[in-house]
Structures are given as C-alpha cells and as structure tokens.
Ligand binder design. Structure first.
Ligand code: SAH
Length: 254
C-alpha cells in the first residue's frame, strides 16, 4: 500500500498551457490538493475529492497529501506554472526528508509545467536568450539581506534576472528597493518587462526602462524580467518592441 503522489504544474494560465502529461495525471488522481484558485482551474471529475488550502500552508499541504498517498491512494497536488519553481515540489521533498519512513515508499511523480518566466519572456521576444537567473523577492522564506546580495551579484555578473513574487500587501517597499539596487549596476535605459496574468484573459505586458520601472504597477500576479547590459530592444512601427538577449556575448561588459 505505498500509493502515489503526483505534483502537477498547471502552467501560468488557462488550459492551453496545460501539458498532456499534466492533464493525464490530473485525470488519474483520486484526490486533488492545492491552493484554492489553482484547484479552480481543474475541471471537476465525479469521484475525485478536492482539498483546498491556503497559499501559506505549503508544508501542511505536502504532509497531508503524503499521509493520504501512503494509505495507498493516487493523490495529486497542483501548482501554478512549474511545481519545481518556488512551489510545491520542493515542499513535498522536504516533507519526505523529515517525515516518517513510510513516505519514502510513496511513488513520487513531478509533472513539469510552463513557468511564468518563460511565458512572460515569450511575449516580449527572447530576453532569456543568454544567461539568466530567477530570484523570488519574497522574504517570507529567506532574509531580505540575502535577496539584496543576490540581486547585486546577479546584475553585476551580467545575468538577466526574472523576479518572482515581486510585491504583496505585507511587502510594499521591497520592489522599489530592488530596482534601486539594480540601477547601481545597470544603465538607466535597461529594458524591464512586466508580465501580469500572462496566459489569462486579463493578461498585460509592459516594457519600460529601468529608470521608470518603479512607476509601473506590479502585484502578486506579475513577473518582472530585468535586462542585462547585453539586452537589446528593437522598436517596430505599429507593433510592440522586441526585447532579446543575443546568443553571443563577446566581452565582459558587466
Ligand atoms: N510555480 C510558479 C511560481 C510560483 S511563485 C511558476 O512556475 O510560475 C508565484 C509568482 O509567479 C507570482 O508572484 C508571479 O511573480 C509569478 N506568476 C505566476 N503566474 C503568473 C502569470 N500567469 N503571469 C505572470 N506572473 C505569474
């Protein structure tokens, strides 16, 4: 009775972004666990239980799902985007590492999804065409000083930076502080891409120079890509600009 736990990425938006593997894994589950708004994206199936929990309860959710799977059930946890990017797959691994031995016998399947960074990048052009990194601006799970150090290191080393979790009600000043730090290492005109609710009906994408980035509204549904010194912007008449990072970088410019 070892059971199975699938950790499934739903992609950033509607079901056009759901992979076939994810859709098959959803159909095969006896029970679905997840944050309510993510569960709401999954079609209701007769006989399948749904257990919604708050977004801040990732550890408890992972443990509940593992307990359930260890009883022999086919359980699934859903995540927005990719489950391995600032999301549930790591919470499940952490619970297994510290939990009872019986959880190590559960069959674990991680089903990848399109992460927000890739969906936003695709809308703007190819900003991730060269080296890049992803940083969560949330200091709920790490100290703010560490975030500052990573922003400085990444921008001065020439990485394009994808910022997840840029703002929340409890974290009102951090994003402006981050732009201030980045401006010390990057030219004022560096393109910054704001993608909000990408893949959903109310999607919006805005590109602005770093010097004006603090004037663009952002919230928890926004992913921000900050360019490097190598990033390029191609203006096009009557169309949005194309933002890309060339495949080849010839000199140390950062
Ligand atoms: N596992 C998710 C990320 C979870 S962290 C993934 O792989 O995408 C939550 C953050 O992801 C949000 O604060 C926002 O920065 C970003 N995000 C998630 N969905 C998004 C979307 N549709 N459009 C823009 N950003 C999104």
């Amino acid at each position: 009775m070892s059971g199975r736990l699938a950790v499934i990425g739903l992609g950033p938006g509607d079901d056009r972004y759901l992979t076939r593997e994810a859709s098959d894994a959803l159909a095969a589950a006896d029970a679905l666990y997840g944050y309510g708004p993510y569960l709401d994206r999954v079609p209701v199936r007769p006989g399948q239980t749904r257990l919604a929990s708050d977004n801040r309860e990732e550890g408890a959710r992972a443990e509940a799902a593992l307990r359930h799977a260890a009883q022999g059930a086919a359980v699934a946890i859903v995540s927005g985007g990719d489950p391995g990017v600032f999301a549930m797959a790591a919470s499940v691994c952490e619970a297994i590492e510290t939990g009872p031995d019986s959880w190590r016998a559960v069959d674990i399947v991680i089903v990848p999804g399109i992460t927000a960074m890739l969906a936003v990048a695709a809308r703007a052009g190819a900003p991730l065409g060269h080296d890049f990194c992803a940083i969560s601006l949330s200091d709920n799970l790490k100290p703010w000083e560490l975030i500052e150090r990573r922003l400085e290191a990444a921008s001065s080393a020439g990485f394009v930076i994808a910022l997840y979790n840029p703002v929340s009600r409890a974290r009102p000043w951090q994003l402006a502080k981050a732009f201030g730090l980045l401006a010390r290492h990057l030219p004022k005109r560096t393109p910054v891409i704001f993608g909000r609710a990408v893949g959903r009906q109310d999607e919006s994408v805005t590109v602005t120079p770093l010097a004006a980035a603090q004037d663009i509204p952002a919230d928890m549904a926004t992913l921000i890509i900050v360019g490097s010194r190598d990033i390029r912007l191609i203006a096009r008449p009557g169309r949005s600009a194309l933002v890309y990072t060339p495949r080849a970088v010839e000199k140390v410019s950062a």
